[in-house]
Design a binder for this molecule. Sequence first.
Ligand code: FAD
Ligand code: NAI
Length: 466
Amino acid sequence: MQYNVTVIGSGPGGYVAAIRCAQLGFKTAIIEKYDTLGGTCLNVGCIPSKALLDSSEHFHNAAHTFKEHGVEISEPKANISQMIKRKAGVVKANVDGIAFLMKKNKIEVHTGTGSFVDKNTIKVTAKDGKETLVTTEKVIIATGSKPTPLPFAPFDKKRIISSTEALELKEIPKHLIVIGGGVIGMELGSVYARIGSKVTVVEFLDNLIPTMDGTMGKELAKVAKKLGMDLFLGHKVTAVDNKGKEVLVKAEPKSGGAAVELKGDYCLVSIGRRPYTEGLGLDKIGIDLDKGKIPVDDHLRTKLDNIYAIGDVVRGAMLAHKAEEEGVMVAEQLAGQKPHINYLLIPGVVYTWPEVASVGYTEEQLKELGRAYKVGNFPYKALGRARASMDLDGLVKVLADKSTDEILGMHIIGARAADMIAAGVTAMEYRASAEDVSRMSHAHPTYMEAVKEACLAATANRPIHM
Ligand code: FAD
Ligand code: NAI
């Protein structure tokens, strides 16, 4: 065999698995069909979307909050070409960084589509048709996911677009219609709403970001409306038609009533992503998919004992850090270690402004489990820090066990929630009670004081500043 381990796919699952394998002394290869490494996350996902979110937030502040802060400038103009150019530079620096890490860890990179010949042999087909055979003891499949189209309106990539095209637009849409008020819809919708587009979101369920705690979706709806976004919740889309320079969307309220007809210049379809296994040749090794995903056991092993699968292509949240943890877990198992992932404590973040961040159980889940719980809320507007920065929207919600006071869930919508949620993860990994956190000193003035106060509210209903 040429390699101990071969990883197929170089996203955050695949490249992290490869690095950990190399660190553990395995001769490792990685196969990637695209010319750049880093997968969805670095090329068309996490990193470019955050680059545009940051640029649009700067523009929004320049246009709306600088004056109040006493910073006087002439009216700012959003230059989308420069925003996209800067984003491309950020992506390049990141993907080049992964190429450097592959070299540093002596991981051999094969560029081309990997396809199983048998359980120890993978054929790599380059863009020019050249084929190479790779032989390997173990395989880690990390082929990720692709955007899901509407069954009746495939992506035409011009007017009916996915997140990939929405990260590359050459003009600021006059009216962007977003189908799906989940993570992508709200992140990219807010990018364009901030730089001047009219944005309308059509969501099938009755709340935005519906997989998160219900309070978060309700609060996010308030800030989205403040940003000027129109929301059609509980609406079923019935038609999306590219009419050349515009796109027509029809939707009906699920509960009955008048249908809605929307006319925009772009329609972003963000209704979820589906696992990607095309061209992988799973039929050659007898692996059948389960609802599109590669079935794995608790150790992320497929039905073949030398083949593992991780990240978006298997069950669970489609998140970069979940894929990374799984990559590390498989590598360490291969080295005989006994790693473990607590899936309940993988945080989820939506990078709107304010950000939304969540870990542990939602209130809806606790109700469904029949678990007795207490709730502690603390609003940002009661924080000195938030007043100083003018980031008054948001709240921290802590859910704790009614009798033991153990923290069961932490949900934050507010400035810097994405970074703050790490404190919730740490507390919950150590099974802290709400009282434990409420008795720890939190620096003043910080946004984190809202976490302490929400814990005080949960443990004994006695926040100090409310
Ligand atoms: P991917 O990153 O999808 O990588 C899979 C790789 O495998 C790809 O490069 C693909 O080309 C390659 N491949 C597939 N088949 C083959 C084959 N047969 N041979 C060779 N190579 C192959 N997650 C977060 O946690 N935080 C965020 O902020 C965030 N933002 C996002 C924003 C957007 C717009 C999108 C679309 C996604 C975002 N995500 C975010 C989700 C995140 O990108 C994914 O969860 C993550 O990339 C999954 O990692 P992965 O390694 O499983 O797969
Ligand atoms: P999503 O699952 O977050 O949201 C999809 C939304 O579309 C849901 O609210 C759903 O109810 C709605 N929907 C489904 N079908 C619909 C229909 N026919 N009409 C109207 N609404 C419909 O999926 P999204 O936003 O496409 O993102 C895909 C994945 O990428 C997510 O699973 C997410 O984990 C990941 N991602 C993560 C980010 C982050 O961590 N910040 C950012 C972007 C994506």
